[in-house]
Ligand binder design. Structure first.
Ligand code: ATP
Length: 287
């Protein structure tokens, strides 16, 4: 049996880090939404009792370190499955970019194998399994638009923001999420207006959403990777309505309602940026 599953990226409309916990994780408060920039996961069931991973990007591991591999392994172990699966990952989402590329691949494998192995697990059960792989996996299992609290697994779903275009640009150099967390000054950060963002999303107030795009990690990432700040400044200079960094970076994105403006921003950036994309914001749940 063979199936292709789409694994869409997420962006952060807001990102706040509240505190470091005794278990080493940080408590966060962030609003995430799904965008139409997706890896394609090709799943083929095989008789042999093993998991084979192949990836189109050389920098992504194709062994047990691959989050998609870990997703298949968890289901195999939990349900004593003695056959195997070949996972071919067509990478489109840039790696180490703040777009949850690895997490969404894992979530897509959980959803795909749940159907193909007829496990009949609910999205909630898949999200619980996914949390063992990473904090962003539960959100990626559902997709849509949600506020995530705790270490990212405590999800409250929101309506979809108004349809719009997302222009994303990424510098060649990735940034380490660990380094960014270590560089944060938790007592001296300006928190996003999360409540205001929720209400702007509920009212489908596009300008209100653009005004409240905010990420507490920006100053730390900009210090470690000044070219990321340069992308943000360029997007603002080219007339973007709202611009912010996603996750721990280095991807920066802008939102606009106008395809002509999206194309203008794309053309302005593509000459000097590593990767630039124009995609639609999806914002709605998987089911
Ligand atoms: P995070 O914010 O969780 O660090 P990210 O979106 O910034 O996520 P990813 O693209 O998920 O970054 O990659 C982070 C790391 O995970 C990389 O070192 C990469 O090699 C590893 N990785 C494991 N599996 C995958 C996968 N299926 N796709 C991409 N990266 C993967």
């Amino acid at each position: 049996m063979y199936r292709v599953v789409k694994a869409p990226a997420k962006i952060n409309l807001t990102l706040d880090v509240l505190r470091k916990r005794s278990d080493g994780y940080h408590d966060v408060e962030m609003i995430m939404t799904t965008i139409d920039l997706a890896d394609r996961i090709h799943l083929t069931l095989i008789d042999e009792n093993k998991i084979i991973v192949e990836v189109t990007e050389g920098q992504v591991p194709s062994n047990k370190q691959n989050l998609a591999y870990q997703a298949a392994q968890l289901l195999k172990d939990q349900f004593s499955i003695t056959s195997g699966v070949k996972i071919f990952i067509e990478k489109v989402i840039p790696v180490s970019a703040g777009l949850a590329g690895g997490s969404t691949d894992a979530a897509a494998v959980l959803r795909g194998l749940n159907d193909m192995w007829d496990l009949q697990l609910s999205l909630k059960e898949l999200a619980q399994i996914g949390l063992q792989i990473g904090s962003d996996v539960p959100f990626c299992v559902y997709g849509g638009t949600a506020i995530a609290r705790g270490r990212g697994e405590d999800l409250t779903f929101l309506p979809s923001p108004p349809p719009c275009w997302v222009i994303l640009a990424k510098t060649p150099r990735g940034v380490s999420t660990k380094d960014i967390y270590e560089g944060l000054d938790l007592n001296n950060m300006r928190s996003p207006d999360t409540e205001g963002m929720i209400s702007a999303i509920e009212k489908k107030d596009f300008q209100g959403i653009c005004r409240r795009l905010e990420n507490v990690m920006e100053p730390t990432t900009f210090l470690l990777a000044p070219d990321v700040e340069y992308i943000k400044e360029s997007l603002v200079r080219f007339g973007a309505e709202g611009t912010v960094m996603s996750g721990s970076g280095p991807t920066v994105f802008s939102l606009t309602m106008s395809k002509a403006k999206a194309d203008r921003l794309y053309n302005g950036l593509k000459g000097f940026m590593d990767r630039v994309f124009v995609v639609r914001l999806i914002g709605g749940r998987q089911e």
